[in-house]
Design a protein around this ligand. Structure first.
Ligand SMILES: [Zn+2]
Length: 481
């Protein structure tokens, strides 16, 4: 039931549910009222206490519903379309078609109650242009993952010379383009024929140089790591996160106890690749199926050792991994030993912290972003409740079924020139550039938002040509601070 209260302040919405999971607590809280002002949570009341604020605004009653934070997935690929051939489809698409598919993937996530995603591998930095859009989840972007020439996911555009100098340059380029996190492929992977999941891709000192360069420039690093050696090297290099952590060997799986202890002791965030939607006729590849029992057992050992673990689903890489798959992760997390509330925290507040957004995402508390999910029933006792969505708010705006229409914005009409894509993808448009048809006629301040040139302030050349941007990147231009 929706009641509109007329008043002078306006802009306030009060959500009234039966229960609240606030993202951090051990249990549900009865009779909550969450007051949203604009894009932020202004007040949270419970147990019949009446908020002071909504003397004006809208009260939305959701009887029988539990309010919880919008979900957070720390590992997605918007550029992969969750088909049986995501890599082939990506290769067949022109860049504007890739952007269109990424937008649709983001909207699918949002319609599934996922209000924050971390894209850990896009194509040519295209995910950076999707940040800040009202019709998508909040996007944390890694750009193309850094890999070896011909290595895992090299086709995404992030191959670097496997030397200390080469990888430092690659990290700098990512920083200049404006990524939020550096993703590095420490081992091979399943999506790339010819790459070896059981082997490290970079020498240890090169991995160390990558982490050192990223940390020096203020960015965290997460490493895709299947091979035991890749996991050990990444831990030794000082990464902030590890993805997959399958302890893959040529013959099977081998997780050394001291390595598990080290991952837990350093509180390295492990993205466990959990969450799957069963699809009839689809089975994991034999090499994965054969190793699965041991991989699950090792994940349980990591949990028992106190590892910081999140679902990190890898959404987009297969039909069993649609872009809203993280709401299917809690049952698997519980199999690993998570309590029901811990499983929900792992896809809300803990995941937000892993994305670097723990100060404003993943909790229902005053001052946090109004990313709110309402589901039928009790998602702590019954994980299936996450499939019964009643309402979704993203930064205070209700998400409707119709979301998914609308224009794609300037990036959709831009052909691929690497520099053009990079600039368009960070919101910067060429002044009069012929490649960007839609930008013509509505040219913005060309330096207004480009992190390549502007960073968060500092040097602002009056006019920079694309070749100068390339030159600046190649020269190792200092980031303005
Ligand atoms: Zn991935």
């Amino acid at each position: 039931m929706i009641t509109t209260i007329s008043g002078e302040r306006g802009q306030l919405t009060a959500l009234r549910g039966a229960w609240l999971f606030d993202g951090t607590g051990p249990a549900l809280i009865p009779d909550p009222v969450v007051v949203i002002e604009g894009s932020v949570i202004r007040d949270v009341c419970s147990g019949g206490r009446v908020p002071e604020t909504p003397d004006s605004g809208t009260v939305i009653d959701l009887p029988g519903a539990t309010l919880l934070p919008g979900l957070v997935d720390t590992h997605v690929h918007l550029a992969f379309d969750a088909s049986v051939d995501p890599v082939g489809n990506l290769a067949r698409r022109r860049d504007y078609e890739v952007v269109a598919a990424m937008v649709e993937a983001g909207r699918a996530a949002l319609r599934g109650g996922i209000t924050t995603i971390r894209d850990l591998g896009d194509h040519c930095y295209l995910s950076l242009g999707l940040r800040g859009r009202a019709d998508l989840p909040t996007v944390v972007a890694a750009g193309p993952p850094i890999t070896t020439p011909g290595g895992h996911c090299h086709y995404l555009g992030g191959a670097a010379a496997p030397t200390c100098a080469g990888i430092r340059a690659a990290v700098r380029e990512h920083v200049y383009r404006g990524v939020d996190v550096v993703k590095i492929m420490a081992s091979g992977g399943n999506l790339t024929p010819g790459s070896r999941q059981d082997l490290a891709q970079f020498p240890p000192e090169v991995l160390r140089a990558a982490v050192d360069e990223a940390h020096r420039l203020g960015l965290p690093v997460t490493a895709h790591a299947h091979a035991v050696a890749a996991i050990a090297d990444a831990v030794a290099a000082g990464v902030d996160g590890l993805e997959h952590v399958s302890f893959w060997t040529e013959e099977g799986v081998d997780a050394p106890a001291d390595l598990i202890r080290l991952i837990a002791a350093r509180q390295i965030a492990v993205g466990a690749t959990l969450g799957m939607v069963p699809v009839p006729g689809m089975a994991p590849p034999p090499a994965v199926a054969m190793r699965m029992p041991a991989m699950i057992a090792n994940m349980r050992r990591l949990c028992e050792s106190g590892t910081l673990m999140v679902a990190g689903t890898d959404a987009g890489i297969a039909p069993v991994k649609p872009h809203d798959v993280v709401r299917h992760a809690p049952p698997t997390l519980r199999q690993l030993g998570f309590s029901p509330a811990e499983a929900l925290r792992a896809i809300t507040s803990v995941a937000a912290g892993v994305c670097g957004l723990g100060h404003r995402k993943g909790r229902i508390a005053p001052g946090f972003d109004a990313d709110i999910l309402a589901v039928d029933g009790d998602p702590v006792a019954d994980p299936e409740a996450l499939q019964r969505i009643r309402a979704i708010y993203a930064r205070g705006t209700p998400v409707t079924k119709e979301d998914g229409q609308g224009s794609l914005g300037a990036a959709a009409s831009c052909r691929s020139s690497p520099v053009a894509l990079a600039l368009v993808s960070c919101g910067w448009r060429f002044r009069g550039d012929a490649e960007c048809t839609e930008a013509r006629g509505q040219v913005l301040d060309p330096l207004s938002r480009c992190p390549v040139i502007c960073g968060s302030g500092g040097r602002r050349p009056s006019r920079l040509q694309p070749n100068q941007v390339t030159a600046a990147i190649n020269d190792g231009m200092q980031i303005p601070r």
